[in-house]
Design a protein around this ligand. Sequence first.
Ligand code: SF4
Ligand code: SF4
Length: 167
Amino acid sequence: MSSNVWQEDLYNPQQRVDEFKKLKPEFWKHKKLEQLSKAEWEALCDGCGKCCLNKLEIKGKVKYTNTHCRFLDCKTCLCKIYEHRFEAVKDCRDIDLAAVREKPRWLPKTCAYWLLDNGYDLPQWHPLITGKADSVYEAGMSANTRELVNETKVRDYENYIVDWQDV
Ligand code: SF4
Ligand code: SF4
């Protein structure tokens, strides 16, 4: 499907983080993932964009590639069609509890949902800690700190497998 069919949203990563400042401070320390409101759940996403990279499952293990969904904005690491993503991309996954707990794990090791669900705290670079969307990029934890290839240019994903420590 052509990306032109979908009107692209103009998200501003810092505006998104500023919205989350209205939430109760450190809410994630006092609730389980199951108890979060929709706004709290959304706020936990650090905007790293790594879940929008294509992956392969080989012999029961998930391998990341440095190829990205055509709708990922590689500058902001946000989805360009967030409101329509499931209509536009048949294998775009909702990040819900089932996704967080799926085996083999396919969310990156840095994903806030996975970290909290496995007893870890949020990393110091998480926007909920720093108040800055940029802190994810500055820490080198986002997809936009890597050399990426648009999936529309890819024939064989196996040629793009990466061995990053944070996925
Ligand atoms: S990997 Fe997790 S924290 Fe990063 S963008 Fe995806 S859902 Fe958000
Ligand atoms: S459509 Fe789905 S996989 Fe593609 S960028 Fe948007 S959220 Fe990520």
